[in-house]
Write a protein that binds this ligand. Structure first.
Ligand code: 13P
Length: 342
């Protein structure tokens, strides 16, 4: 287990966080549609390679979550993309769930699948260089949901995945995501997130997962996307930390938030507010970092626009966003940094 704990700690090293670049082929296709770029095996490779070769990336990025296609790809010069990351000291990771599927007898709710054959797939991914993995469960807030049934089914699967990862020598990133869709107030997100985390940690305990060798990737406690009452970064930080003190054991080395559809600036500001509270002495016995997909990539994706000629502009946009999240992770982010030269 010593290696697992060391890898988990390296992924939340000071000033560093994780880039989630594990969009499935369908999801990256939608992102490319939004910038008018064609999604082909080569264009997906080119885009991800440009992110991974951003000169200062390793100062801010500890690990990258890859999709199955990407972990097998080579850069334009023939170097495996895994090696491109490893040479910079960036840890390669892999998404291993097979997606959220309708949960039987639970209209509108999902359970994440992918346990069949997982032991063998984890062994193969370890052979390809992956040292950590990700599995995402999602929960909708709406009248009557999430049900305890949905919460329990997903907690069980998350813990089975996590145990298999540790057996295979990979650090599991356990990702229960309470979705932002809806008009619910922040208090409701806090209650649902607490119920979800309570079930997840109960199952992790039952299934003998060593907490020192895992990371939690949760949503922040925020109001629903259509809620008329907004929350300030400090309100988000206060609610999120309070919720986690109740539910997340201090043996967990790090919490790496997802951005979940927040704007990139909001995701940075909220993370910054949490780390400011921690720096001011509020009890938060875990590293508080990021594992953002959209919030790290949206500016870079726009700058790239599918054109090789824009690669340097895209790298600059990515480096800027990664640096600001690194500052947020250190509790030093201020909104006026947004306007500093990338
Ligand atoms: P977002 O930060 O875009 O939510 O993506 C993180 C992720 O990995 C979702 O599973």
């Amino acid at each position: 287990m010593g290696d697992l704990a060391a890898t988990a700690r390296a992924l939340v090293a000071p000033g560093k966080g994780i880039l989630a670049a594990d969009e499935s082929t369908g999801t990256i296709g939608k992102r490319f549609d939004s910038i008018g770029a064609a999604s082909t095996e080569e264009s997906r490779r080119d885009y991800r390679e440009l992110l991974f070769t951003t000169p200062t990336a390793a100062e801010y990025i500890s690990g990258v979550i890859l999709f199955d296609e990407t972990i097998r790809q080579h850069g334009a010069d023939g170097t495996p993309l895994v090696e491109v990351l490893e040479r910079q000291g960036i840890v390669p990771g892999i998404k291993v769930d097979a997606g959220a599927k309708p949960l039987a007898f639970a209209p509108g709710e999902t359970v994440t699948e992918g346990l069949d054959g997982l032991r063998e797939r984890l062994e193969a991914y370890h052979g390809l260089g992956a040292r950590f993995a990700k599995w995402r469960a999602t929960y909708v807030i709406a009248p009557g949901v999430p049900s305890q049934y949905c919460i329990d089914a997903n907690a069980h699967a998350l813990a089975r995945y996590a145990a298999l990862c540790q057996e295979a020598g990979l650090v599991p990133i356990v990702e229960p995501e309470v979705l932002m869709e809806g008009d619910h107030p922040i208090e409701q997100c806090e209650g649902v997130t607490a119920s979800v985390l309570e079930a997840v940690f109960s199952q992790l305990f039952e299934q003998r997962v060593e907490l020192e060798g895992m990371l939690l990737k949760p949503n922040m406690v925020v109001p629903g996307a259509d809620c008329p009452v907004p929350a300030t970064p400090d309100e988000v930080a206060a609610a999120t930390l309070r919720c986690f003190r109740w539910t997340v054991p201090c043996a967990v080395p790090g919490i790496v938030f997802l951005s979940g559809g927040q704007s990139d600036k909001a995701a940075t500001a909220n993370l910054g507010a949490m780390n400011k509270r921690k720096a001011a002495g509020e009890v938060a016995p875990w590293e508080l970092s990021f594992s953002y997909g959209r919030a790290l990539q949206s500016a870079a994706l726009k700058a790239w626009a599918g054109e090789a000629a824009n690669a340097d502009a895209a790298r600059a946009a990515f480096a800027h966003r990664a640096r600001l999240n690194s500052e947020a992770r250190r509790g030093r982010y201020a909104a006026d940094m947004e306007h500093a030269e990338p």
